[in-house]
Design a protein around this ligand. Structure first.
Ligand SMILES: [Zn+2]
Ligand SMILES: [Zn+2]
Length: 243
């Protein structure tokens, strides 16, 4: 489905907790007040797979690849079942979290009117994900816009955030919702926008779609929901950046 409309609206409940305009409250979000309070991706949870299970998986993969036509009896391919499984495992490391994600920096916003007018736009952030329907890659770029209240986050952390949700079996819609809702919880900003543009190999490799088609999805929270001009400015920047 090609979506040139730019505004595939994310479904689901709209989270609360936005700072709307003037506020004398200078308290940090609870998650940052207490360094021991874990964010759900703030602790690494390694997936440990028993060596005997790995061996079993490799036998299955060898069987499948061979049946599909691969000659496993060559120097280049005899370890392919093992390498394929390792690559798949590494490509889904997002399930393990990212211990380096939780860093935000205070800004000087005091809730004045100009606070609502200045958005920060970061991107393109390149990502690679696996579609949960076919376990084949979809990949593309993310752009993130937000209107900070008291906290900002660096581009390297935004990149980590995108990747922790991309390196899984997922779908583009869920990825966008996870990214945007995490930013809302982490930054407590006035608003957040996320735009994802991706090529899906599960359709393109099999010739269902025309070449080069992309799926675009946009997600809005807070001030972006109520201010069309802010959405326009964001999408305009995304278009220029993507060229
Ligand atoms: Zn698919
Ligand atoms: Zn503010």
């Amino acid at each position: 489905m090609r979506d040139d409309g730019d505004t595939t609206r994310a479904e689901g409940p709209s989270p609360n907790g936005f700072r709307e305009g003037a506020s004398g409250d200078r308290a940090l979000p609870a998650v940052l007040q207490d360094p021991d309070e874990p964010f759900f991706w703030d602790h690494i949870t390694p997936r440990t797979i028993d060596p005997a299970r790995w061996a079993t998986f490799q036998r299955y993969m060898a069987e499948i690849l061979e049946e599909f036509g691969m000659d496993l009896d060559t120097p280049g391919t005899h370890r392919t079942p093992e390498r394929f499984l390792r690559a798949l495992f590494d490509s889904t490391s997002g399930y393990e979290g990212d211990a380096n994600l939780l860093t935000a920096f205070p800004t000087e916003c005091r809730g004045g009117p100009d606070c609502l007018l200045s958005q920060v736009i970061e991107g393109p952030i390149h990502f690679y994900a696996l579609c949960e329907h076919h376990a084949l890659p979809f990949f593309g770029v993310a752009h993130i816009g937000y209107v900070p209240h008291e906290l900002i986050i660096g581009i390297s952390k935004l990149t980590r955030l995108v990747r922790v949700f991309a390196r899984r079996f997922t779908v583009q819609e869920r990825m966008g919702v996870e990214i945007i809702d995490t930013l809302v919880r982490l930054l407590e900003p006035h608003g957040v926008a996320v735009h994802l543009a991706a090529t899906h190999l599960c359709t393109q490799m099999r010739g269902v779609r025309e070449d080069q088609s992309k799926t675009w999805t946009s997600f809005w929270r807070g001030s972006y929901e109520s201010q069309p001009a802010m959405r326009d400015e964001f999408l305009q920047t995304v278009r220029v950046s993507r060229r």
